[in-house]
Design a protein around this ligand. Structure first.
Ligand code: SF4
Ligand code: SF4
Ligand code: SF4
Ligand code: SF4
Length: 594
């Protein structure tokens, strides 16, 4: 009765959780594009999309992806055999235990007429699947805590998943072991399932169970009389054999029973079997009820995400479905860390220690962000750094075993943060190239927003740009500035410039304007001269400096070997350092970066 109440309660909570989680796929909004759709629009777009796939040739793609990527996990195998082995052992073992053992009355008993959990092959298979999960868990612990796979971070969700699985598995094996040795269990079994009521016959049967089934009895000790053995075999055949294979088939439980046998009688009298029964089933029920809210929800979300990604096309799919898929992808992540291993800017994490630079950790943040939780200012800054540093290089997306389109997620959330204001200057780096490619999809004001904010902030601090007349009467040479510029070999080459203007002639940015002088303040050759004269404000505040696309045309065409582009690059770093980072700690950090 208690068992049924707990089972149905946890099933109910599981279903409720499942419903809630799936509903968030249609309500969570990640990025600007998703803001335009209501939940009902997204649900109807999803239904339309699914029907479109089912009644088209795309259904074959679904079948292929299901077999290769969902069942055989081809994508993980390509990346890391050990991880693939771990995944296959845990997933297959656990699923088989769930279907064959946990839901035996619903599934196994209806499929096999002569099903008993205590006869082979079911008895053997249960332990076999169990040992698969143990081996997988062992690999998981080995990878995370001993091998220490680089950049593989463990959070509370990872630990919870490992702990709950470990409790279920260990309590299950211990329960099996203590049941094998338990005299009380034996007596209950005889009473409930056999027709034997003669005490001598029971003792005879008991002898056989001590000898062959690992039972520890307070009555039977030492060698047995051959006559008793013969009677016990007869009784066993008549009453037990149909529903009991040898306990040795349950090899993990039998192994544990041999270890515990010296203290079997004490364990039995203290009710350890009942205690373990409660632990095992409570852990199973808690695991089931909490599954939709835990990392293990990826058991459900990852296959769906893989299938959705296989048949969706960024340019052809309905935008409402893209928004839904992105919300679903947050739940599909297994926090495996493969993306972080391949990320092209992960070296920045190795240097700064900001884990939000790693895609696997950014996704954890994105979950919190999408759920609408408020973040502290320092958290937001760390996250901005991670999001803006991303080059949208696509490497994480290519290797993600569950096919999450990470590049688009970063792009969307970055644009949303930019719109919220206060973008940090990193967004001005050449890494914003991907923004250029997607310019058409962005609001034109928003496109230039981060650039304008930074330019204005710098120009405001540049006295010479505010008072250009002063340039004429200037007594130049800002020694401090020259020293800084002289710090790098490349920057030192500005002194060779003889103002031939080649660099400005070949510059594609200059070519872009009818009146470049007016639009860009200074042209590249004029910036070189400003540097030569030590007029740092003039150089910092010029729009040309910030519009440079780092194409290196100027540098390649300079007859004097001036490293024009490198000088511009260094100037930008200096300007950002001086303008945006006044506090001592930040300056220290930037000094290192520069
Ligand atoms: S995004 Fe993909 S590769 Fe990265 S941690 Fe999640 S599942 Fe692994
Ligand atoms: S797209 Fe961004 S997060 Fe992904 S690998 Fe490239 S730099 Fe890293
Ligand atoms: S091409 Fe070289 S020498 Fe000529 S103006 Fe530019 S930097 Fe100076
Ligand atoms: S690197 Fe910058 S300044 Fe030089 S040609 Fe290219 S855009 Fe112009």
């Amino acid at each position: 009765m208690l068992f049924s109440v707990l089972l149905y309660t946890s099933l109910f909570v599981f279903l409720l959780g499942l419903l809630y989680k799936v509903s968030t796929w249609f309500s969570r909004k990640i990025g600007i594009a998703s803001q335009n759709f209501t939940t009902s629009e997204r649900i109807s777009a999803a239904i339309k999309g699914m029907l479109g796939v089912i009644f088209s040739s795309k259904v074959l793609i679904l079948a292929k992806v299901f077999i290769l990527d969902v069942v055989l996990q081809r994508r993980i195998l390509k990346e890391d055999f050990l991880r693939w082995l771990m995944h296959m052992l845990i997933f297959s073992g656990f699923m088989m235990l769930l279907l064959m053992h946990a839901f035996e009355s619903f599934i196994t008993a209806s499929l096999f007429d002569d099903y008993y959990s205590t006869v082979n092959p079911f008895l053997f298979l249960r332990d076999f699947f169990g040992i698969m999960v143990f081996a997988g868990l062992g690999i998981a612990v080995y990878r995370r805590f001993i091998l220490k796979v680089p950049r593989l971070k463990s959070n509370s969700m990872d630990l919870y998943a490992i702990i709950i699985l470990a409790v279920i598995m260990f309590s299950g094996v211990l329960l099996e072991g203590t049941k094998i040795i338990s005299y009380t269990e034996f007596r209950n079994m005889v009473e409930n399932y056999s027709a034997i009521d003669d005490e001598n016959e029971i003792q005879a049967l008991e002898s056989l169970w001590v000898k062959d089934f690992g039972l520890v009895s307070p009555n039977v000790k030492g060698l047995l009389d051959p006559a008793i053995i013969s009677l016990s075999k007869e009784l066993h055949e008549m009453h037990c054999a149909e529903c009991h294979s040898s306990s040795k088939s349950a090899f993990t439980g039998y192994f544990v029973s041999r270890i515990l046998s010296p203290v079997a009688l004490s364990l039995d009298s203290s009710g350890v079997t009942t205690f373990l029964w409660y632990i095992h089933f409570l852990a199973c029920f808690i695991g089931l009820a909490y599954l939709p809210f835990s990392k293990m929800f990826h058991f459900i979300a990852s296959p769906i995400s893989l299938l959705a990604n296989a048949v969706m096309d960024k340019d052809k799919s309905l935008p409402a479905n893209i928004a839904t898929r992105q919300a679903m992808e947050l739940d599909a992540c297994t926090h495996c860390g493969t993306c972080s291993l391949r990320c092209s800017v992960a070296l920045a994490f190795d240097k700064t220690g900001n884990s939000n630079i790693l895609p696997s950790e950014k996704l954890v943040f994105l979950k919190t962000y999408a759920s609408g939780k408020n973040l502290k200012e320092n958290e937001l800054k760390a996250i901005q750094e991670g999001i803006y540093l991303c080059t949208n290089c696509d490497r994480c997306t290519v290797v993600c075993p569950v096919g999450i389109n990470l590049r688009d997620l970063w792009f969307n959330v970055r644009e949303e943060l930019i719109q919220k204001g206060n973008p940090i200057p990193l967004v001005l780096s050449p890494f914003s190239f991907y923004r250029g490619l997607n310019q058409e999809k962005l609001d034109s004001n928003n496109y230039s927003n981060p650039m304008s904010l930074t330019k204005n902030a710098i120009a405001e601090k540049c006295e010479l740009m505010k008072n250009p007349d002063e340039v004429i009467s200037l007594t130049p040479i800002n020694k401090d500035f020259k020293e800084k510029v002289d710090l790098s070999y490349q920057a030192a080459t500005y002194s060779y410039c003889f103002s031939c203007q080649n660099c400005s002639t070949v510059c594609p940015v200059v070519k872009n304007y009818e009146n470049p002088q007016e639009s860009l303040d200074l042209l590249p050759h004029q910036i070189m001269r400003s540097v030569g004269l030590g007029l740092k404000d003039l150089a910092f505040g010029s729009k040309m400096l910030w519009d440079c696309t780092t194409c290196y045309q100027c540098q390649e065409h300079c007859p004097q070997g001036v490293k024009v582009t490198d000088v511009l690059y260094e100037l930008k770093n200096l300007a950002i350092k001086e303008t945006f980072n006044n506090s001592a700690t930040k300056t220290q950090r930037l000094k290192k970066e520069i």
